[in-house]
Design a protein around this ligand. Structure first.
Ligand SMILES: [Zn+2]
Length: 151
């Protein structure tokens, strides 16, 4: 069965579809940028070209901010580490009952193309498209893809 991976730094996709069980455990990092780990997806995903990726732990706290996040949000990785995803980026545009991050964590389902607002480091509100993916390894967590939205 094919397994799909994405680099939380540069968004490069990797597919392990040769059926050799166990090979995936040897995935040590991104073949393109050398980032230390890959995030497994249940299905393949083509990120927007200008997306920035943020990986979070099981408490939705930021553990890495990839290439493109600074350009989009003004925040460097050091300012984001350890903060809950929603607070770190001042995400809004959803009701408390329909917080897409909570839905992903609670139900283990992906939420794609969420039209949210993000607070840029400068204080400016920015329209973004957010794709959220639950982690499938035992550590849990999630991956967020943030991209500018022009509507
Ligand atoms: Zn990479």
């Amino acid at each position: 069965m094919a397994r799909y991976w994405i680099c939380p730094n540069c968004g490069t996709r990797a597919i392990d579809d040769d059926g050799r069980d166990g090979l995936s455990h040897q995935q040590v990092g991104c073949a393109k940028c050398g980032f230390g780990f890959l995030f497994e997806l249940l299905e393949d995903f083509y990120p927007p070209a200008n997306a920035g990726f943020v990986a979070c732990d099981k408490d939705t706290r930021v553990i890495s901010a990839g290439k493109g996040v600074f350009e989009l949000t003004g925040y460097g990785e050091g300012e984001l580490l350890g903060k809950p995803l929603v607070d770190a980026f001042g995400l809004s545009g959803f009701s408390a009952e329909a917080n897409p991050v909570s839905v992903v964590m609670e139900w283990g389902v992906r939420k794609l193309d969420q039209p949210l607002m993000l607070r840029h480091r400068s204080g400016r509100e920015k329209a973004v498209r957010v794709d959220l993916f639950p982690a499938y390894d035992e550590d849990g967590g999630l991956l967020a893809s943030l991209a500018p939205r022009n509507d």
